[in-house]
Each structure stands twice: as C-alpha cells, then as structure tokens.
Design a protein around this ligand. Structure first.
Ligand SMILES: [Zn+2]
Length: 212
C-alpha cells in the first residue's frame, strides 16, 4: 500500500559509500541487492533503510513516479525481495541449486502483477499498450520489473559474467567488465592490494594487471 503525496520527493541522497558497481545501471536486480553494502570495519550501509529512502531509490531508478511515498509495509516487501535476490545470485555464482522458497517468492513477484504493458482498446484510437499503475500496486509493479530483470539475467548472455566483489567484507554484485575483474570498484581493489602489500611487506607484482 502506498500513499500519494502532493509534494515531490527530493530528500533522498544516495549513499556515498561506493560508486555504483558495473552492470547495476542496466540491471535493477543487481542494483537492488547492492543497496546494502558492508564497509571495512563492518559498518553496514543500507540505502533502503527506511520508507523514505526506499521511495527515493525507486524514484531514482524510474520504477515509481516521484509523487508517491512507500509505507513501511512496502519498504519491507522490497527489502524481502532484495534478500531473496541475494540468495538467488549468491547460489548462482557459487554454481549451487537455487533455494526453492526464494525462487517461489521471486516468481510470485513476477506474476502478482504484469510488468509488461497490457493491450487495451481505446474507442476512436484503436489498440494501445497501456501500463497501468493503480496506486495500491505501485510497489508490486516495481518488484515485478526487478524480479523479471533477475530472471532474464541468470538465463541470458550475461549470466556467466555475474560476479560478487571479492574485497570482503564488500560482497556487492556486478557484471564483470572483463574476465579477470574481481572487484566492484577501484576503491575495493585498492584496499585489497594495500592490505596484501602491507602483509607481504612488498608491492604485489600483479597489482597493475589486476587493477580495475
Ligand atoms: Zn566491492
């Protein structure tokens, strides 16, 4: 359930924690999972930490119009989908079978409302594709779109390029831009190389080769 407000939403500022991981601009499912990041030292940053932040994220992605505000219940649905997608992708990149319950809930998100525009006949204007957005179903439409994106991703040509950042505690998802890419960002790669250099007492020889 959502409320429609008369004001336009401008308050949400995305977390400055890390730049977007590659592939997240094009894939809402990866972007959703990456809205939680654990920074060095264990500090957890959640871009969907409250209904306002979750609303702002959906608006930024163009998944809801900018005159709505999610209620806590809707924020909870979105973060539940995020957890299910995390489970799906984690097992996928490990080559493991999916968790059946997570898969069921992702499929429920795909089928609860149609993500595709429906075919309507408008008298005098003929057949038209119409995207319907009943106020009560806005978050369901957004979730359908995101879940559909995940389904396409794990079965499509980019499936083999889905990866998790290896610079723990960061575990953000990304699309590998080249086969040897292991970090979601230059910052993560630099952090791992600095730690490695420190522990070995010398500069890593392959640092340049691995630089993202
Ligand atoms: Zn990372």
């Amino acid at each position: 359930m959502l409320t429609v407000n008369n004001f336009r939403y401008h308050e949400h500022v995305p977390s400055p924690a890390l730049p977007p991981a590659p592939g997240t601009d094009d894939h809402a499912s990866l972007a959703l999972v990456d809205t939680v990041v654990v920074l060095p030292g264990g500090h957890r940053v959640d871009d969907l930490g409250d209904p306002g932040a979750a609303t702002g994220w959906l608006i930024e992605r163009g998944l809801v119009s900018d005159d709505v505000m999610l209620l806590e219940h809707c924020q909870g649905k979105l973060t539940s989908l995020r957890q299910d997608l995390r489970t799906l992708f984690d097992r996928f990149v490990e080559g493991e079978d999916p968790d059946p319950s997570a898969l069921d809930r992702i499929n429920a998100a795909i089928t609860t409302v149609p993500a595709a525009p429906l075919l309507h006949h408008v008298p005098g204007r003929g057949l038209q594709r119409v995207q319907q957005h009943p106020v009560t179903k806005l978050v369901e439409y957004a979730m359908a779109h995101i879940a559909e994106d995940a389904a396409e991703l794990v079965t499509g040509p980019l499936a083999g390029s889905i990866a998790r950042c290896e610079a723990l505690p960061c575990d953000r998802l990304m699309i590998r831009t080249h086969a040897r890419r292991r970090w979601c960002s230059v910052r993560c790669g630099d952090r791992v190389r600095a730690a490695r250099s420190y522990s070995r007492g010398r500069q890593s020889e392959d640092a340049e080769a691995e630089r993202t």
